[in-house]
Design a protein around this ligand. Structure first.
Ligand code: XMP
Length: 539
């Protein structure tokens, strides 16, 4: 089944992905591509007749000051509606014959915008009305330059005292532009505006629904794989788990999962993964217990980056060895010819040259890039069109347990980066038990205001092992034991994060239980650092 689609051209704003998420939430399929695609590319993209509209994103630059990026001219010649947002509005104005001038003052933050002209985009959308009866919108602005002259054919759609042209429209051609950001939640009616654009103005069918997507994705996998065999590295994380469940649904025993247990997983995690996939889903899973190998190689190593490299490198080695065995032996006649990966859409956008790509590597993240070529395998990536929240919805639709699908992220190097300095088996055991208590209490403590558990109210929570000893007292005796730190953060993108304001009563219970139940730990601290300047993980 072919989906109608919206094309989002990325001019490098930090929030471009949010535009895509809002469009997908309206159940319309969309893709993000860099703004410097060619006219031919655009025409080719539209050639199947499924392209129903284009959105030009914001940028971190402004038209005159820093950027010379423009939209491919073809975008305005396709005969489909176009929505420009922030920089997207300015480039639209510039390219279609209007004027943009450098603002003397940056406008950043909350603004109240007056709607004009009863355009199809803003009609009946307002947060409040002035005594004179003007519809007003509460929005988020972030710009330096502004449009000072409308292009021919355009009329005024929105204004503020400091930005007289805060929105413009040429309704005959379906061109709309907003100086503010409808994609961020601070713009109260932003979702309604984007829905209005894609559903009404572009007249798309809202047919992007995860429940229905299962059948479609299964069909696609069957066509791609045929009667060949697939191997998949199962980590227990959300993406690889959902990919495994989906592929298993499609091709059953033609899939073999390889689960490399590096001994640095959470308490009982390995058993839970096996129980879920082998026990409940009846999938073929090879569990490789490589903990001795990993812990052996990590002995004496204290540098965080070295630890990451060792864990990442060994992981690839072990996986490769298993894959090679499977490739040779096969379950049927041919052996595996596909490697499946849980790549998701944000990974695709990032590697596709998005302008917002972060330039500096703060920590070298664990990945298995390059593996398919080394193994001579074809790549199967059934989640590469999906955002994380869609992957989760798909997981639920496939029958994976809610708790597994809505789990906090867990780093590839596992507890290896949560034991500061040298990783010792003894430390890993203490940390696993302390962490399990923390997570159990977060899950079972319900916030009375929201009705949600503290696990669901935080984005990531875990325990960190500090290899220092401190003095304590237990009964009549003196203790001299290790310290752990609890870490819990709230974030929407993991690029910045606030430490979570957990209730004292919860912290008290966790600390009491850890000190009483985990012999070897006599002190518990709570990390009150935000990111930046701290990172979420301690190493
Ligand atoms: P930081 O510590 O950089 O973490 O603030 C941001 C997010 O990334 C996760 N993280 C990793 N994930 N391999 C991963 O798969 C890694 O090496 C890695 N390091 C950090 C971290 O848990 C947080 O969610």
């Amino acid at each position: 089944m072919q989906h109608q689609k919206i094309l989002i051209l990325d001019f490098g704003s930090q929030v471009t992905q949010l535009i895509a998420r809002r469009v997908r939430e309206a159940h319309v399929y969309c893709e993000v591509h860099p703004c410097d695609v060619t006219d031919d590319w655009v025409r080719e993209y539209a050639a199947d007749g499924q392209l129903k509209g284009v959105i030009l994103s914001g940028s971190h630059a402004s038209v005159y000051e820093e950027s010379t990026d423009a939209a491919p001219a073809a975008v305005f010649e396709l005969g489909v509606p176009v929505l420009g947002i922030c920089y997207g509005m300015q480039t639209m104005a510039q390219q279609l014959g209007g004027k943009v001038e450098s603002g003397h003052q940056r406008e950043f933050g909350y603004a109240e915008v007056r709607a004009h002209g009863h355009t199809a985009l803003l009609k009946d959308i307002a947060d409040f009305h002035t005594p004179e009866g003007h519809g007003m919108l509460k929005v988020w602005m972030s710009h330096g330059d502004k449009v000072t002259e409308l292009p021919p054919g355009f009329k005024l759609m929105a204004s503020t005292p400091s930005c007289p042209i805060a929105g413009m429209a040429d309704e005959a051609r379906g061109f709309y532009a907003l100086q503010f950001h409808p994609e961020v939640t601070h713009t109260v009616q932003g979702r309604a505006m984007l829905e209005r654009f894609v559903l009404d103005i572009c007249a798309t069918r809202p047919d992007w629904v995860m429940r229905d997507h299962v059948a479609e994705a299964v069909q696609k996998i069957r066509e791609q794989v045929g009667d060949e065999e697939v191997i998949l590295g199962l980590s227990g994380g959300v993406d690889s788990s959902v990919a495994a469940a989906l592929i298993h649904r499609a091709i059953g025993d033609q899939l073999t999962c390889v689960f490399v247990d590096h001994g640095l997983l959470r308490l009982n995690e390995g058993d839970m993964v096996m129980e879920m996939f082998e026990g409940k889903l009846n999938a073929k899973v090879i569990r490789v217990d490589a903990s001795e190998l990993f812990l052996g190689q990590l002995a004496g190593v204290t540098d965080p980056e070295k630890k990451r490299k060792i864990i990442g490198g060994l992981f690839v080695d072990v996986f490769k060895a298993e894959a090679a065995k499977l490739k040779a032996a096969g379950n049927g006649v041919k052996g595996a010819t596909f490697l499946a990966q849980g790549t998701i859409y944000p990974d695709v956008i990032e590697s596709g040259g998005a302008k917002s790509k972060k330039a500096v590597t703060i920590k070298s993240h664990h990945n298995v890039g390059g593996l398919p070529e080394q193994l001579g395998l074809k790549l199967l990536e059934p989640l590469r069109d999906l955002f994380k929240d869609e992957v989760r919805e798909l997981g639920v639709a496939l029958g994976l347990p809610h708790d597994m699908v809505y789990r906090h992220p867990f780093p590839g190097p596992g507890l290896g980066v949560r034991i500061l300095g040298e990783v010792k088996p003894e430390y890993a055991k203490l940390l696993q038990r302390a962490d399990a208590i923390f997570i159990e209490e977060l899950r079972s403590t319900i916030d009375p205001i929201s009705g949600k558990s503290w696990y669901d109210l935080t984005s990531q929570a875990f325990t960190v092992f500090l290899p220092v000893k401190s003095v304590g007292v237990m009964g009549d005796g003196r203790t001299y034991d290790y310290v752990v730190a609890l870490r819990a953060v709230c974030t929407s993108d993991f690029m910045t994060a606030d430490w979570a304001e957990l209730p004292y009563s919860l912290l008290k219970r966790v600390s009491g239980r850890i000190i009483n139940e985990v012999r070897g730990i006599n002190r518990v601290t709570y990390d009150v650092s935000s990111k930046p300047p701290a990172t979420i993980e301690w190493e």
